[in-house]
Design a protein around this ligand. Structure first.
Ligand code: ADP
Ligand code: MG
Length: 357
């Protein structure tokens, strides 16, 4: 009966905004002073279950984009559980049986995942895999019976990841356990893209992997990148506010990108590791701004599960990390350090700043 559920997938959680005035002034410059305005190299691909958009300014942009594409395919093949093969599939198959050898990429992402699992008190848990499979939001979505959820919840425990980073060996303690790096692997990919751009001498670029944006440097005219945060309840891709950043990762998690509805209840893809159900923390969108997108990705998912109060507390504790949280009653909350770099730009006029405390 539930196999007929319609799954909604949206992948533009963040929108990089190029204002008309910037384009016009660039044209004016071209006309009057015959100065060379850099042409970006742009490319779009579909992998990692999402649209990958690269926009790169400068020489070698096409080679850099190609190198990034290859690197992302490489990372995906190691870490995916949605296709056969790869290191995480092997780890999962060997759960409760033995250790497997992994690349330094996988070891690094696993160690970061465990750090955030610890930091979030298990709200973020990379061993959420069995529940992700049971809900199968992206495939054949269903509401698993309570008995099934209860038994799968017993398998969710990041503490049973035995990771030997030095020798690149990893083991899952209990048979049936399953690691899912879906909440952090795109973040790592964004960081790798930036490393590659820099290697090719690029100083201005961005890459968007679904809701993960990595901005390198500033725009060619020296101004900050303007990133629009999608209105979580609009279907037309309009945004509620704009964050201005240079050299930053900005990552959004939300309940509106991958979900199905049954009896008017929304079942989305970020699960609460305590209940086994889609997280209902009162937040509908969390955006994290940080230096590295692996951190921003893990934290956007963590705070989404933790909710406003605990999520804000966690982020305010961390240096160099800022956040925009949107609650189900359409209130927007910012970390102290972001004020001045965020502007409300809500066409729907439904969102307003919330009061803390
Ligand atoms: P997206 O990848 O869609 O941008 P997230 O980064 O928030 O969004 O990651 C969501 C994905 O992470 C889910 O599709 C699932 O694979 C995995 N996941 C779901 N719940 C959790 C959780 N509590 N902790 C860690 N990973 C999770
Ligand atoms: Mg995430």
């Amino acid at each position: 009966m539930q196999s007929g559920n319609q799954v909604v997938i949206r992948i533009s959680k963040l929108i990089v905004i190029f204002s008309l005035s910037a384009i016009l002034s660039a044209c004016a410059l071209l006309g009057s002073e015959k100065q060379k305005v850099p042409e970006p190299y742009e490319t779009q691909d579909f992998f990692m279950g999402t649209i990958i958009h690269q926009k790169i300014f400068g020489e070698n942009a096409d080679e850099a984009a190609e190198a990034v594409r290859k690197r992302l395919v490489d990372i995906e093949s190691k870490m995916t559980i949605n296709k056969p093969g790869g290191e995480i599939n092997q780890l999962n198959e060997m759960a409760g049986t033995g250790a497997v050898s992994v690349s330094s990429d996988t070891a690094y992402v696993l160690s970061k995942a465990c750090t955030y699992a610890e930091m979030s008190g298990g709200a973020f848990d990379p061993t959420i895999g069995p529940l992700v499979k049971a809900w199968d939001i992206m495939g054949n979505p269903r509401i698993p019976p309570q008995g099934e959820i209860d038994s799968l919840l017993k398998l969710v425990d990041y503490k049973s990841i035995e990771l030997d980073v030095k020798n690149l060996k990893v083991k899952l303690g209990v048979k049936g356990q399953m690691v899912d790096l879906g909440a952090i692997a795109k973040g790592y990919s964004g960081d790798e893209a930036i490393r590659i751009y820099k290697k090719y001498g690029i100083r201005s670029a961005y890459i968007s992997l679904g809701g993960n944006v990595m901005a390198l440097g500033a725009k060619p005219d020296g101004s900050a990148w303007r990133i629009g945060i999608q209105n979580p309840r609009a279907v037309n891709g309009s945004y509620v506010g704009i964050v201005e950043v240079k050299d930053k990762a900005i990552v959004t998690s939300g309940d509106y990108e991958r979900y199905f509805e049954e009896d008017s209840v929304r079942y989305h893809h970020i699960l609460d590791s305590r209940t086994g159900y889609p997280a209902r923390s009162g937040l509908i969108s969390t955006t994290i701004i940080a230096d590295f997108s692996i951190d921003a990705d893990a934290l956007s998912t963590s705070t989404f599960v933790l909710g406003l109060e605990k999520g804000m507390e966690l982020v305010e504790r961390l240096d160099g990390v800022e956040a925009v949280f949107i609650t189900e009653d359409k209130k927007i909350y910012l970390t102290e350090g972001l004020k001045g770099n965020f502007s409300l730009a809500d066409e729907s006029k439904e969102y307003a700043y919330g009061q803390k405390g």
